[in-house]
Design a protein around this ligand. Structure first.
Ligand SMILES: Nc1ncnc2c1ncn2[C@@H]1O[C@H](COP(=O)(O)OP(=O)(O)OP(=O)(O)O)[C@@H](O)[C@H]1O
Ligand SMILES: O=C([O-])CC(=O)C(=O)O
Ligand SMILES: [Ca+2]
Ligand SMILES: [Mn+2]
Length: 652
């Protein structure tokens, strides 16, 4: 039966009316009487779907690699050298040779459908097969290496293979860091050997909990074997420190796209040319965070272990996927390496005014280094880790790590806008359908974070270096409500408060805990320092003195009555008249334009003056008690500095 022409003769009472025949549609060759011209353009070049897909991706533009002697490497030679180096990084210490490594995603099928390369040893440029001593199953398999992938590639890897990875409505990559949503300082170990024995700060108050070289080797082997057992690993080769003379080459081997993208954002990203000549890294991280350490290993007290070996220039991560461990592990390394070069490493934010005045912002986690250094009216040099050299300051990192709990576009527009394609959003909650992030939702953790490259901040200063600081601002979030909003400090007071590293937060919102808890963290970063705090303090004093920098204590917390009475206050810097406060002996301004004078001295906003005095004394006592640890440690040749610093503390 032919369609279209109805049949009027049927007996079923169903028929199409007879009408004019439907005109035939003609395509192809242009005809004179054509009404509408064919604008479909040339047809696709591929003849098969596979070919079509292969056309979609253009090869990255080849660079012109130059080797040390000035001669160009071939692409094949270059890839071979790279893979050889990665294989060496992954070498197990006992078997002494690295695994077979191959570039690319194992899931990307070859034309014949195979996923494992079919090439024999040495035949293909993107395979490296070391000569193996003992043959085991793992030495027969390939380890695929995803080397310095781009954010787009890492998004695809994360979304395809990592549970909990989603693209949010602002374009960021939302991830989950697993059971650990913050650092685990109690699980950090540092190898104590002949060198570090004398050089590092050990014992009471020190963050450096020792482990021996052998135990490190056991954990390293565990991490490396885990990584080698995987089908693929991510390798990032990047830099630390924007000061070209003190740049450190770091390699991060990890199992998750989340970790690779985090470090892509947080470390300095090499140009293709810099990557060509990267060579051997100065420091390597093995992040096997999904895999636990063996609790029965000596020195281990949990299934998490973050191990630093300064002599081997290696760090091993087991049993935590929290990405901040990598960032802060490297920061610890800088706290060791830089002072050796007479460079001061700082847990501080840093920005610069239009006329080149640099400010440093020290503060414990969550006191506002990122928030306050990201200031629309100033150039951002960095938000968290810096070096102060003979010539000025440099950022150690290539990215920022902002807290995003309760983030709002109105209060922090630059951070808000930096959360876009390429940014890693850790542990946030979002709408399952619209993928809109709810920053007020703390269901996963209160420590939600955004990691983005520093150039996502519009007024970032690239390269991230600046002249000597003029102002050194110590941030404290004082839930006791007795620290003034702004206090000017003399040099000894600056040292005293730098070594103290005070902040006080209201302990958990649950369980009825209402008392603020004071936290003291030497150098505002006790978890990361490697030497005795007074070493860093002496360097800071010397630099501030020489450069004529002014110290400030800024309360970013609650001022005027304890928590609940006062409100969190905004930072203001100033030229004003000052008066001296009781007990702490701070110089506080008597008036600042635009700020009601009464809030400049917190006593004014306490209705119960006795309660104010009591709270002030209580806090002073906590400072004194904390400082006992440092009191007998001499700094400076004659120890005079110690006395001067001691007398710069609270007096009562
Ligand atoms: N007055 C204030 N000053 C600074 N931050 C404030 C203030 N009021 C509220 N906040 C909030 O406090 C938090 C400060 O976090 P921020 O990321 O700046 O900490 P940080 O010092 O950089 O810590 P970390 O070293 O852990 O990254 C932000 O969530 C910010 O919105
Ligand atoms: O390392 C982290 O988790 C975040 C950070 O910057 C800090 O704690 O100082
Ligand atoms: Ca921060
Ligand atoms: Mn920090």
């Amino acid at each position: 039966m032919s369609a279209g022409n109805g049949n009027a003769n049927g007996d079923g009472g169903f028929s199409f009316p007879k009408g004019p025949a439907i005109p035939k549609i003609t395509t192809g060759a242009k005809r004179d009487n054509e009404i509408c011209h064919d604008d479909s353009g040339p047809t696709v070049k591929a003849t098969t779907l596979d070919e079509l897909h292969s056309l979609q991706k253009k090869r990255s533009a080849p660079t012109t690699p130059i080797n040390q002697s000035g001669a160009a490497f071939s692409e094949e030679e270059r890839q071979k050298i790279q893979l050889q180096s990665i294989s060496a990084s992954l070498a197990s210490l006992t078997r002494e040779s690295g695994p077979k490594v191959v570039r690319g995603d194992p899931a990307e099928k070859k034309a014949d459908g195979s996923t494992t390369p079919a090439y024999a040893h040495g035949q293909h440029p993107s395979i490296f097969s070391p000569a193996l001593g003992a043959v085991s199953d793992s030495s027969l398999k390939f380890t695929h290496v995803l080397y310095n992938l781009s954010p787009a590639e890492l998004y695809e890897q994360a979304v395809k293979y990592e549970k909990g990875s989603f693209i949010t409505s602002n374009g960021a990559l939302a991830t989950l860091s697993g059971a650990k949503t913050g650092r685990a300082p109690r699980d950090k170990r540092v190898v104590r050997d002949a060198t570090t024995e004398d050089e590092l700060w050990w014992g009471k108050g020190s963050p450096n909990i020792e482990m021996d070289e052998h135990t490190f080797t056991v954990n390293r082997e565990r991490a490396v074997d885990y990584l080698n057992s995987l089908e693929k690993v991510f390798v990032n080769d990047q830099f630390l420190n924007w000061d070209p003379e003190n740049r450190i080459k770091v390699r991060i081997v990890s199992a998750r796209a989340y970790h690779s993208l985090f470090m892509h954002n947080m470390c300095i990203r090499p140009t293709p040319e810099e990557l060509e000549s990267f060579g051997t890294p100065d420091f390597t991280i093995y992040n096997a965070g999904q895999f636990p350490c063996n609790r029965y290993t000596h020195y281990m007290t949990s299934s998490t272990s973050v191990d630093l070996n300064l002599s081997r220039r290696e760090m091993v991560i087991l049993g935590t996927q929290y990405a901040g461990e990598m960032k802060k592990g490297l920061f610890s390394v800088m706290h060791y390496l830089m002072p050796k070069r007479r460079i001061l490493s700082l847990h501080s934010g840093c920005n610069m005014g239009k006329d080149g005045d640099v400010a440093l912002f020290f503060g414990l986690s969550g006191t506002g280094k990122t928030t306050l250094s990201t200031d629309h009216n100033r150039y951002l040099i960095g938000d968290d880790e810096h070096c102060w050299t003979e010539t000025g300051v440099s950022n150690i990192e290539g990215g920022c790590y902002a807290k995003c709990v309760d983030l709002s576009r109105e209060k922090e527009p630059d951070i808000w806008n930096a959360i876009k394609f390429g940014t890693v959003l850790e542990n946030v909650v979002f709408d399952e359908h619209t993928r809109e992030v709810d920053y007020s939702d703390k269901s996963v953790t209160e420590n939600t974070r955004a990691a983005y490259p520093i150039e996502f901040i519009p007024n970032a200063k690239i390269p991230c270096v600046g002249p000597h600081p003029k102002n050194v601002i110590l941030l404290a979030c004082d839930a006791f409500g007795v620290l003034p909003p702004v206090s000017k400090l003399n040099l000894a007071q600056t040292m005293y408060h730098f070594i103290s590293g005070y902040t006080a937060l209201v302990a958990g919102t649950e369980d009825g805990i209402k008392e603020p808890t004071a936290t003291f963290s030497a150098c505002f970063g006790a978890a990361f320092i490697m030497l005795h705090p007074t070493k860093y303090a002496a360097m800071l004093a010397e630099k501030m003195k020489r450069q004529g920098a002014t110290g400030w204590l800024v309360n970013t917390g609650w001022s005027g009555g304890s928590y609940g009475v006062g409100n969190r206050i905004k930072l203001a810097l100033l030229k004003a008249n000052y008066k001296k406060t009781d007990i702490f002996g701070f110089e506080i301004p008597t008036e600042i334009e635009g700020i009601p004078s009464e809030i400049l001295d917190p006593v004014n906003s306490w209705s119960d003056k006795n309660a104010h005095k009591e709270t002030l004394l209580k806090l002073g006592g906590l400072f004194k008690k904390n400082f006992e640890t440092f009191a007998n440690h001499k700094i400076g040749v004659d120890g005079k500095l110690t006395e001067e610093i001691l007398s710069a503390g609270p007096i009562f």
